[in-house]
Ligand binder design. Structure first.
Ligand SMILES: Nc1ncnc2c1ncn2[C@@H]1O[C@H](COP(=O)(O)OP(=O)(O)O)[C@@H](O)[C@H]1O
Ligand SMILES: [Mg+2]
Length: 422
């Protein structure tokens, strides 16, 4: 083994063992620290999450969306965090490419950049040119990611167990199951390729200003995804654009995320800032189809029913809607508690006027506090698995809208998506 290989081995070892930063023993110590002091939980969890890298970071980002689980500033910074996994150097990339596409792989490209252009949560992205001329992005996965994810999920189970004991308002069994299934799916770049093609076709049949990169199947495997290279600005740049253009971006972003859901029952479950780009005309380039979820029509009917229930202020309709979402053991106290969160998320969609998405930054915090208080009265709730990505998408897109700082008639925007349901 030459020096190069052994240093690469160490580098990959570091990636593959991110889980060891948070061992079972460390979690027990955390547990001891917060016994009988549930107020300390957010602080303790923050310390633990601060050490995480790689795939489990996504879990941190999801936890950031559970109201009250983490302090607001921590939740916000976790949601913006980009993967910082150490990168694979050129000799290792060459070997990984040969493993994926065969020893002759260099003949398939006229150019392949040695330096990665971006980090991915399970690997890295290289810019390249195919021998047929197309400029592409090659997302190449690190080896051994399955064992890394499994280790991380064990730690997550311990952390959530601790959370349930100290702040007994959530039963996380479905949440854990969902995270496990979806994180494991992210390993499979062939599945991601199929999802990307599905979204590409779905938007290709509309006039919506959304671009999905073309994929190149014969240059892809389950650990290598080759797709059209797409340039665009990220949201932090768009923040400085004109208000007219920002309004267009906000509308387009809303449609990019919710047209697939309300018209076709599929949702891109990760509207993280790194997962889309914006063209100078305000079109949305959607990236990263590693976390796509399909929803049964019965569930979507529940989403529409909840909207009507809030519109009519009807507790019985709301109760039925939550049943359709998959909530169990509903009591009137629990329905009241869930309604607080639902009113916060649906509020702008019910209000037929031009307005900011939230009237003040305090609004979300107040809603979260009120939900927690109400759940302490009503007893534990077990969110259904579908709730995880519905909430994640809403909070992720909502946070982008707040960054853009635009005022829109959200009600009409939403109606135009839902009403055109064929
Ligand atoms: N088609 C593309 N063109 C240009 N850059 C891309 C493309 N796809 C991904 N990237 C870059 O690579 C990063 C990681 O890719 P992504 O698919 O989001 O990986 P992950 O699933 O690990 O988050 C993106 O945030 C983006 O910066
Ligand atoms: Mg991504």
């Amino acid at each position: 083994m030459n020096d190069d290989t052994s240093s690469l081995g160490r580098r990959i070892g570091r990636v593959a063992h991110v889980a060891t930063t948070l061992s079972g023993a460390a979690i027990k110590t955390l547990g001891a620290k917060i016994t009988g002091n549930s107020d300390a939980f957010p602080q303790v969890l923050t310390e633990a999450l601060g050490k995480l890298k790689g795939p489990i970071m996504k879990v941190g980002q999801i936890l950031a969306m559970v109201p009250g689980m983490l302090p607001d500033d921590v939740a916000e910074s976790l949601m913006q965090l980009q993967s910082q996994a150490p990168s694979m150097g050129w000799p290792f990339v060459r070997r990984r490419m040969a493993f994926e596409l065969g020893a002759e792989w260099p003949t398939k490209f006229t150019h392949f950049e040695k330096e990665a252009s971006a980090a991915a949560s399970l690997g890295q992205v290289h810019k390249a040119q195919l021998s047929s001329g197309e400029i592409v992005a090659c997302k190449l996965q690190y080896p051994n990611m399955l064992s890394s994810i499994e280790g991380d999920l064990d730690q997550l189970r311990l952390l959530l167990g601790l959370y349930e004991r100290t702040v007994p308002i959530l039963d996380t069994v479905n949440i854990q199951h969902e995270l496990k299934e979806r994180l494991k799916e992210e390993l499979d770049y062939r599945l991601e390729l199929r999802n990307m093609e599905r979204f590409r076709k779905l938007f290709g049949n509309t006039n919506l200003p959304v671009i999905v990169p073309k994929s190149f199947e014969s240059y892809s495997t389950d650990r290598l995804l080759t797709m059209e290279w797409c340039d665009g600005a990220d949201l932090m740049v768009v923040k400085n654009w004109s208000i007219t253009l920002k309004r267009r971006v906000a509308e387009n972003l809303f449609q990019a995320w919710y047209y697939p859901l309300y018209q076709h029952g599929v949702l891109h479950g990760d509207p993280h800032f790194g997962n889309y780009r914006i063209t100078p005309e305000g079109q949305i380039i959607m990236l990263d189809f590693g976390c796509v979820r399909e929803f049964p029509e019965s569930f979507l009917a529940g989403v529409r029913k909840l909207y009507r229930a809030l519109e009519l202020n009807s507790a019985s309709e709301a109760n039925e809607a939550y049943e359709m979402w998959g909530f169990e053991n509903l009591t009137s106290e629990l329905v009241d508690a869930l309604n607080i969160w639902a009113k916060f998320l649906y509020g702008p969609l019910l209000d037929d006027r031009i307005r900011p998405l939230v009237e003040s930054p305090q609004e979300g915090k107040d809603a979260a506090k009120a939900v927690i208080q109400a759940l302490k009265q009503s007893g534990k709730v077990r969110p259904p698995k579908e709730f995880v990505f519905m909430d994640r998408a809403a909070v992720g897109i909502g946070s982008a809208m707040i960054h853009l700082g635009v005022e829109l008639n959200w009600h009409q925007l939403f109606q135009s998506l839902v009403e055109s349901k064929k």
